[in-house]
Each structure stands twice: as C-alpha cells, then as structure tokens.
Design a protein around this ligand. Structure first.
Ligand SMILES: Nc1nc2c(c(=O)[nH]1)N[C@H]1C(S)=C(S)[C@@H](COP(=O)(O)OP(=O)(O)OC[C@H]3O[C@@H](n4cnc5c(=O)[nH]c(N)nc54)[C@H](O)[C@@H]3O)O[C@H]1N2
Ligand SMILES: Nc1nc2c(c(=O)[nH]1)N[C@H]1C(S)=C(S)[C@@H](COP(=O)(O)OP(=O)(O)OC[C@H]3O[C@@H](n4cnc5c(=O)[nH]c(N)nc54)[C@H](O)[C@@H]3O)O[C@H]1N2
Ligand SMILES: [Mo]
Length: 760
C-alpha cells in the first residue's frame, strides 16, 4: 500500500483509471478530518506557483527597488538557473555588505507533514551552511505558555507529553471544567500528522461515564457535549473568574493546605493578593462578576463543587494568545494546586485538550526522524510574533524573559513553509514593515498573499510530488510517504532549490553531504531506527519500511497521569523549577520587575476588552479562532474550505441580539473595522457566541482592495500586534475590539483566488 500524510491525517494513495491519484483516510481512523488530501482539484492546482518568478521592479531595479510595489507589481517568470543566480548573488551581497545578521530566516510556519521536506528545517540548515541567520523563538501557538510554564512547573514539551490520558479521565474525573471548550475541530490536526483522531472518542467516553462538564467562555459550541453547562464570560476575563474561584476556596477553607505546603512554593504571597491583605481589592466573586459577567452565585457554587469532586481543569491555548496571556496559565495552575489533585488520576489540570490530537493520547513521547539543522553562528533572534516590530525598529531594544535585547537590521527576509500574511497580527502594519527589507524570497506551492508580496518566488512541490517520511510525536506511527504524482509546472522540492543555491555559493557539501532525497531518507530513518531501538521499539530496515509503508506503534500499557511521580515523592522526583516545586510565586519572575508580569498570577486589564472605558454599546470583541475547514490558510481555495463561505466570503458569527440592533440578517455582508483596518465578511447569526462577541476564524486569504479594505474576511486585518507582555512577548491575537456595520449592498467580489499579473 502507498501512503501519504498531512497534519490532519494519514491517507492511502492509489492510481485512478484516468491517470490521476485518489486518496482516502485510513480505514481504522475513528474520526477522519474532512479537510482531505484531494490536492489535484482544479481550484487548488490553478493556484500553484508553476515557474520561478521575480517581481518586475526588483528585476529591473535590483534589491530595494520600489518596495511599496510589493503585492502590486506584476511578476516576470524566469528559468530556474536565472532565479537561483539572482537569489544566490543577493544572499552573498547581503552577507558581505551587512553580515548574516541582516538575513531573517526564522520562517515560521507549519509547512507540510513530511520530516525531510520540512520547510523550516530545510531553510535553517541551508542558512547555517552559508553563515547563519536571525531566528525566532517559540511559536504563535504557545508563546506565553512556553516561556512561563518552564519557570512554574515544567517545560511545555514535557507537560504536553504528560497529559492525563482520556481513558483515565473517563474512569476518574467527576467534574471537567474547561475554559474555552474542547474544540474537536482543532484536534483534527497534530504537527507532523495524525493516524487516529482521538478527541471525539475521548469526549464520548467522558460523557458516557457521567462526568459533569462545565464550559466557561464566550463561545458555547466548542465542545461535543450538548448537556454541558455553558457559562458565558467576556473574552480575556477568565483569569478574574479563576481568581474568584480561588478566593472562595480560601475563604471557605476548601483549599488543599497540605498539598500547597508539600508541593508548592509561594502560596502565602499569592493569598495576600487574593484576599486584599496586600492593600489591593479582594478578588471576590462579586468583583469577578463585574469584570467577566459570570454570576457571583455560580462562581461560589462551582468552587464548592470543584472542591468536593475529582476535578480536571482545562484551558484552550487561545486564552494565552491574548494580552497578558501568561496570567490564565499561571492562574489555572494555581487553582489546580489549591484543589490539591495534581498528580491524582483524573484530577489536576490540562492545557489544551482539543487543541491538537495528541493531548490525552497514550502514545509515549518518542523522537522520530529529523533533518539536522547544523549550527547557527548568528545569535540575534526575536520572539516569533515580534516580526513587524523588528522590521520597523532596527536597533531598538526589546525585553524577553527578563533580559534586554536589540532588534537586528534586516535587509533580506527568506520564507519557506509559512504564511506571515496569514499568521501575523495587524496586517496593515505588517505591510509597512514588509517594505523595509531590500529583498524578500519566498518558496511556495501556491500564490498566497505572502508569495504575492515577495521579490523572488521559487515554486515548491507538495507532499504528493516527492518522497518523504511522516512522523509525529505521540501519534504512534512512522509512514513512508511515497511520491504519487509529477510536480506541477517546474516546481521543485525546497531541498532541490537549496542544492542549486548551495552549488552557487560553494556549500553543496556542507548542505547536502553528498546525499540526494533517497540518501537523506535512508539516513534519517536509520538514525531514528537506532533511537527507537534504544527506547525498546524495533523498526525494520529501511527497504522493508519503504515497502510496508506504515508502521504503527503500540500504545503504552500504562495510562498516563500527569505529574504522578512528582506527587508520589516530590523529593525523589522534583520538578525542574528553581524550588523543585510548583511555583505559585516565582522569585525569578518577580526579580524581572515587570509590571505586566509580576511574581504570581494577577488580573491585569487587557489592552482592549469589553470592560474598557469608553467602549460604549458599539464595541464588539472579535475572537479569531482556528478554522474548522482548513489548517490555517492552507487549502483555503479547496472545495471543502469554500463550502464554509457565503458568497465567497468568510462567515462571522454574531449573536442575534447584536445583529438585530444593527439591522443585520443572516448572510448579509458586513464590515468589521477598527483603527487598524477594515474587512468584509458574511454575517452568521448564532446563539453560540455571547452578546458583545463576534467570531471570525482565521485563514481566509488576505485580499485587500485599493483602499486596503480586505474583501474576504481575514481577521488579522483587525488584530492587535503587541506582545502578551514584556516577559514572554507571545502573540495576543485574541485581544481585539471591533465595530460592525452593514448590510453592505455594494460589496465587491473576492479576488483572493485570482492569479497575480505576469509580464514577459
Ligand atoms: N488572528 C489570529 N492569527 C493567528 C492565530 C489566531 O489564533 N488568531 N493563530 C496563530 C497560530 S497558533 C499559528 S500556528 C499560525 C499559523 O501560521 P502558518 O503556519 O504560517 O500558516 P499556514 O497557512 O499553515 O502556512 C503554511 C504555508 O506553507 C506552505 N507550504 C506547505 N508545505 C510547503 C512546502 O513543503 N514548502 C513550501 N515552501 N511551502 C509549503 C503552505 O502553502 C502555506 O502557505 O497562525 C497564527 N495566527
Ligand atoms: N482545523 C484546524 N485545527 C487546528 C488548527 C487549524 O488551523 N485548523 N490550528 C492548530 C494550531 S496551530 C493551534 S496552535 C491550535 C490552537 O488551539 P486553540 O488556541 O485552543 O484554538 P482556538 O480555536 O483559537 O480557540 C479555542 C477556543 O477558545 C475560545 N476562546 C477564545 N478566546 C477565549 C477567551 O478569552 N476565553 C475563553 N474561555 N475562551 C476563549 C475560542 O472561541 C475557541 O472556541 O489549533 C490547532 N488545530
Ligand atoms: Mo499554532
């Protein structure tokens, strides 16, 4: 059998009678994703980058020519030889004139599932071979949590691998309280690929065993449990609710004092803040009701229920993708510590059940095949979501994890496998920042908004057009991804493109080490086979693997209980924190002296929220969650993604009360706007979003008209481009107030899926 893999599933591949290929999900996947692998559909193939292309002004005027014409100039298609000459010469120019710290090749993005043709690994390895590059740290996904949790309990990677498994929760959890649901739409994916989708079954088992489910948050349809209690709260105010829950536990003596003493440090300092003994406001349920809208009486009763049940607390990752996103993470941990059930089966806390498939899985953490990236001689970096700040403010200082750093002066931006015009906030600001570099090189499969804004675009193959190995940690498989079709146009793998550049820059040996695609697959497989062998997993030799196609690993026999060993003996199995204990108060973080991230969990007002002064009746909080019908911006032109649009536009969910007040009906085109930008979307009336809140999922390809108004419904036209705090500097996309007006009767058609202009 032949296979391929995507982040959203594994697929069997076979040839069709008409010379094409067909894919279907694995027969034993209990809940395959609808996103699918039909990459041959005309809507997608039309949008492929077919030949190397150079922006006209750049081709004529050289590096730095008319940067404001990026996205407007026509492209001139050139041969691969010509394109590779241009790119290689310009890399050499930049590194000679300005040094390698003038090249930004962080190149954030999910790219595709295979581990060899992995965009970021390829570009980082290549850049290291030519002298290094400015990199990024962390992810858009977990910027705040990643930096914070390592100080408080454990590095996120370990914590995620240690999540209590679904079977344990079904058996032991009596009360499951989640902030932000358990969105199965998100568990369609895991970085690297999913063999079996677990979240539907996990939730079904939880419900079947009679676990009570409480969902706190502005959106009510983000979990598969119709009987769950939905407690609406204003966006970004979960920390206030958690503080009030903690306040009730403390006032009523329901907190686990023994646990706090034995396993935690710093509770006393936090308690003074909680009660107001430090001179501040007591964080009572009434105080939290005024902020969040959740009734004080229900906060009180819920706290008591939590204390008298085996309770699992969970939060969506989105909560920390917001202004002061560190705080809900810290407060969830603090609240779980006060309940004293961390390390017990079915109790404690979870961080993103539903965010990706692997959470709650019983597959152990294993390392798979990786492409070694080499050493980067350049030390300059940015926290990933600070890209526009960096481009706009060369030489300016920024804070990160208690230290001060300086933004480098970037002359060249190099992107492979990501889409900043999808993922970054405040796209109009990014447009201004994007004019700063002299050269932008993008490798892409499709004519995305980012490809259109490049100076040089190199066409990349898709997973079906190359050989690769699929693997994802804790998904329980390794899979041979065999080439199934010929590349579109002149598309090449990113590896082949870099080989061409490496030849020109005299680093072929350093980059490719004499190996071709097959040579690399063999080497990467053998390396991971050795690692697997040391961990007790026997893998066959490469040829057998390649022939067999899919190797499924066994689940661990033991169910997973998070922090079980620490609970059993905190002296024998201390945490990697400075105290070896859970840090409810962190001396380290307090020592950084940051008013936007002090030494324990606190409530801090978001930059923008429904409780802010002067917001009036008109302000709506816009949530931009992950899309149901695609992965980020990937395959937005597919039939499956387009079926979720109305009149070609993305749908924005709005509460019927807010719609009525504005005279908006189902399907009407509306304009969402704020000081940062304007966009059009199609209204969808829904009781599942609370009044005052609208939801516009990410991923509609950015499509501005001449005035800059996006016609398609890309929420990042409106989102706020500030860090979560000076501590972690994570992405804060969920903090965003907008106005909504309409119906718009003269809305122009969407042109996101038109090709750019070409000239000879
Ligand atoms: N408003 C708002 N914004 C957000 C978020 C949010 O919640 N709200 N979430 C954020 C999060 S968590 C994330 S992770 C980011 C995701 O942001 P990205 O990961 O940048 O989004 P993708 O659409 O997956 O972009 C991947 C790109 O790589 C291309 N590609 C795929 N395979 C290959 C390949 O083999 N080679 C090459 N050269 N290209 C390839 C695809 O065509 C696609 O354009 O978005 C962030 N942005
Ligand atoms: N289908 C699909 N799945 C994906 C992705 C995708 O693009 N498509 N992206 C993947 C990636 S890269 C990531 S990082 C994960 C992200 O996983 P998450 O960050 O957890 O995903 P979101 O969909 O942004 O948000 C989850 C839920 O939180 C709610 N929410 C937002 N703000 C608040 C708040 O202030 N309080 C409360 N209580 N709830 C709030 C949202 O309405 C949404 O229902 O998803 C992954 N899964
Ligand atoms: Mo993400």
């Amino acid at each position: 059998m032949r296979y391929t893999s995507s982040h959203w599933g594994l697929y069997e591949v076979r040839d069709t009678a008409d010379g094409g290929v067909a894919t279907r999900p694995l027969a034993d996947d209990p809940d395959p994703s609808g996103i699918g692998m039909d990459l041959a559909q005309p809507g997608l193939q039309r949008l492929r980058v077919r030949r190397p292309a150079v922006r006209k002004s750049w081709l004529e005027g050289g590096p730095g020519a008319a940067p404001e014409r990026r996205g407007h100039d026509p492209f001139v298609e050139v041969s691969w030889d010509r394109a590779l000459d241009l790119v290689a010469q310009d890399i050499d120019r930049v590194r000679t004139d300005f040094g390698n710290e003038a090249i930004f090749a962080g190149s954030y993005g999910w790219a595709s599932a295979g581990r060899f043709h992995h965009g970021q690994s390829q570009v980082h390895r290549f850049m290291n071979a030519v002298g290094g590059y400015v990199r990024h740290l962390n992810s858009y996904s977990l910027g705040a949590a990643h930096v914070l949790m390592a100080h408080l309990v454990a590095p996120m990677k370990e914590l995620m691998a240690d999540h209590t498994s679904w079977d344990v929760m079904a058996r032991h959890t009596e009360l499951f309280v989640t902030f932000g649901g358990v969105p199965r739409k998100n568990a369609q994916v895991s970085p690297g690929g999913v063999r079996r989708h677990l979240t539907r079954g996990g939730m079904e088992a939880l419900r079947a065993s009679g676990t009570r489910i409480v969902n706190i948050g502005p959106v009510g349809d983000n979990l598969d449990a119709p009987e769950a209690e939905w407690l609406p709260v204003r966006p970004n105010t979960d920390t206030a609710v958690m503080l009030a829950l903690a306040h009730v536990l403390l006032e009523e003596g329901l907190h686990a004092q023994d646990f706090l003493k034995r396993y935690c440090v710093g509770f006393e300092t936090f308690a003074r803040y909680l009660t107001g003994a430090d001179g501040g406001t007591p964080r009572t349920p009434e105080w939290a009701e005024a902020i969040s809208g959740m009734p004080a009486g229900r906060i009180r009763s819920l706290a008591r229920e939590m204390a008298s049940s085996r309770t699992m607390l969970n939060m969506a990752w989105s909560l920390q993708r917001a202004s002061h996103g560190e705080q809900p993470c810290w407060m969830l941990l603090t609240l779980a510590a006060m309940l004293g059930q961390i390390g017990l089966p079915g109790g404690g806390f979870g961080f993103g059940y539903g965010a990706v498939n692997a959470l709650g899985s019983r597959f152990p953490l294993a390392s798979g095949p990786v492409l070694a990236q080499g050493k980067n001689p350049v030390s300059a970096f940015i926290p990933v979501a600070r890209i526009a700040d960096m481009l706009l403010n060369p030489g300016a200082p920024f804070d990160y994890e208690g230290e001060r750093h300086t933004y480098p002066d970037i002359r060249m931006v190099y992107w492979v496998g990501g889409n900043p015009y999808h993922h970054h906030q405040d796209l109009n600001r990014l447009e201004r920042a994007w004019r700063k570099p002299e050269t932008v090189v993008v490798h892409e499969q499709y004519w995305t908004a980012t490809a259109r804004r490049a100076d040089i675009v190199l066409p990349s193959t898709t997973v079906l057009e190359r050989n690769d190995i699929g693997f994802a940690t804790r998904e329980g498989h390794i899979v041979a991804m065999r080439k199934a079709m010929e590349p579109a146009g002149e598309a090449r793998s990113d590896f082949d493109a870099f080989c061409g550049l490496a030849d020109r820059l005299g680093v072929r040996e350093a980059f490719a080490e004499g190996l071709d695609e097959e040579g690399w697959l063999r080497r990467m497989y053998e390396e991971s086979r050795e690692k697997a062998g040391r961990a007790g997993n026997r893998l066959p030799d490469f040829d057998t693997f390649w022939e067999q196609g899919l190797i499924a690993f066994d689940e661990a026999n033991e169910p997973v209980v998070m922090l079980e060993a620490f609970r059993a003996d905190p002296d024998a199995a201390p945490l990697k924190t400075p105290s070896g204990r859970i840090e409810i108060f962190s001396d380290t973080i307090a020592g950084f002296d940051l008013e936007d991230c002090p030494g324990h969990a606190v409530w801090l007002e978001p930059h923008e929220w429904l409780g802010m002064e002067g917001i009036g009746e008109d302000g709506l909080h816009m949530l931009s969650d992950q899309p149901v019908r695609r992965l980020h911006s990937q395959l937005d032109a597919s039939e499956h993604s387009r079926a979720g649009k109305v009149g070609g536009r993305e749908q924005v969910a709005i509460n019927p009360r807010d719609a009525a007040r504005r005279g908006i009906g189902e399907g009407d085109v509306v304009e969402l706007s704020n000081a940062r930008g304007r966009l059009l979307a199609a209204a969808r009336l829904s009781d599942a979003v609370m009044p005052g809140v609208v939801r516009l999922s990410t991923g509609a390809w950015y499509d501005p008209d001449e005035t800059g108004r996006d016609k398609h419904g890309n929420p990042n036209v409106l989102t706020l481009d500030v860090g979560t705090s000076r501590f972690a500097q994570g992405c804060a996309a969920q903090t965003c107030i907008v106005q909504l007006s309409g119906p718009i009767t003269d809305a122009p058609p969407v042109t996101a899926f038109d090709l750019p202009r070409f000239e000879r």
